[in-house]
Design a protein around this ligand. Structure first.
Ligand code: PMP
Ligand code: GLN
Length: 390
């Protein structure tokens, strides 16, 4: 057996969803909406299954979807992409990430990563033979600093695996942080692989800035997106990779032997969905922002301290001021087993020196679900109320 995978535990998302089912808990752990997703996009998929092409589509993705991705990113992010040479469709962002690592590094190459990190990153880097160099971000601000980057980059740095908007912190990195990172990449010659699956889920009037639009990065950056996140249908597993033709040639060789293609019916539906009116995307964002505000206000009213969230489906709670004597994992266990609310301990996103006082909740839920969770959390908050609300 391969040593990277043989000893890995089951992902924290799977574990917490299982505990939520066992304890009849409100599941604010694993990140998925409880809304079924836009009906017209689902209808387009159904129509394509019944009346469309169900054999292998082109390896790079259907022309309709590649053109739709190019139009979508030109419109929303001002990026000019050639749909015939710079866009590839994958089976979710996860395949895109795996393929990028397999295609772009050699064993022994150093890869800069930022923790807390999405749990798939580290095993994928290690399996590709990469040597991880971890930049540690810490609450409450999770800022990217020049000192931390200077420590992580070495003459052997070949690739940087970045995530913006960031899961699990809910951070949307600022222009000066992105510029700093791009500067390190340009100076070291590293390729910047940017997981931008949360690009549409940004709040308070923010606009997503892709690494592809940063000066000097067009030829050395790989942008990864996911229809699962854009349309709130996380099971769909349709991803997009955008990169300059030279990088794309290598990326496509990895893709051809990982999955080769992605179901054509879903590609057609996503192509349709990406062309929806601006108002749909704005309403989706506004709805999620209202849910964020509802959960944030509810937690704060209970005296449970929250950290600010600028994007994604997630909001974090700092448990340190509660002085429970529990770390995040024990706290999440108590929440799900005794109080019937599932959350994710953020220490699970660290490979080294974990932060142990932050707990992540998913707010992409109906009001009734959030309210049910809040009424259960009231019992958790009660004994600690004196601490934050004297
Ligand atoms: N990257 C990040 C940062 C994510 O949060 C997720 C899913 N939550 C993924 C990748 C996986 O995306 P997909 O389901 O398209 O593989
Ligand atoms: N990305 C989702 C989250 O962060 C979970 C994905 C998964 O279950 N692998 O909650």
């Amino acid at each position: 057996m391969n040593s990277v995978f043989a000893n890995l535990p089951t992902t924290v998302f799977e574990t917490m969803s299982r505990l939520a089912r066992e304890h009849g808990a409100v599941n604010l752990g694993q990140g998925f909406p409880d809304d079924p997703g836009p009906e017209d996009v689902r209808a387009a998929a159904a129509e394509a299954v019944l009346n469309g092409w169900n054999q292998y589509p082109p390896m790079m993705g259907t022309p309709e979807l590649r053109h739709a991705v190019a139009r979508h990113y030109a419109h929303w992010q001002g990026i000019d992409l050639d749909p015939n040479a710079e866009i590839m469709v994958t089976s979710g962002a996860t395949e895109a990430l795996a393929g990028a690592l397999l295609a772009l590094i050699e064993p022994g190459d150093e890869v800069v990563l930022f923790q807390p990190l999405y749990d798939a990153y580290l095993p994928l880097v290690q399996r590709a033979g990469g040597v991880p160099r971890l930049v540690r971000l810490t609450p409450p601000h999770w800022w990217l600093t020049e000192e931390a980057l200077a420590d992580a980059f070495t003459p052997r740095t070949r690739l940087v695996l970045f995530n913006n908007p960031h899961n699990p912190t809910g951070r949307v990195f600022e222009a000066d942080e992105l510029e700093l990172l791009a500067d390190f990449c340009r100076r070291s010659g590293a390729v910047l692989v940017s997981d931008e699956v949360w690009e549409h889920v940004v709040f308070d009037g923010r606009r997503h800035v892709s690494v592809l639009s940063l000066p000097g990065m067009r030829g050395r950056a790989v942008k990864i997106g996911s229809a699962g996140k854009i349309f709130g249908m996380t099971g769909w597993k349709v991803g997009f990779v955008c990169a300059a033709p030279e990088l794309m040639r290598a990326l496509s060789k990895a893709h051809q032997f990982l999955t080769f293609t992605t179901p054509p019916s879903l590609q057609q539906a996503v192509a349709y969905g990406l062309g929806k009116q601006d108002g749909w995307f704005e309403a989706m964002r506004a709805g999620l922002q209202r849910s964020r505000d509802r959960l944030e206000a509810g937690l704060s009213a209970l005296g449970l301290p929250v950290l600010p969230t600028a994007g994604t489906y997630f909001i974090n709670m700092d448990i340190a001021p509660l002085e429970t004597g529990l770390d995040d994992e024990a706290f999440c266990r108590l929440l799900v087993e005794r109080h019937g609310v599932a959350a994710i301990p953020v220490s699970a996103f660290y490979a080294q020196a974990p932060v142990r006082n932050v707990v992540r909740f998913c707010f992409a839920k109906a009001d009734a679900t959030l309210d049910a969770a809040l009424s259960r959390l009231a019992a958790v908050a009660e004994p600690f109320r004196h601490v934050s609300a004297p």
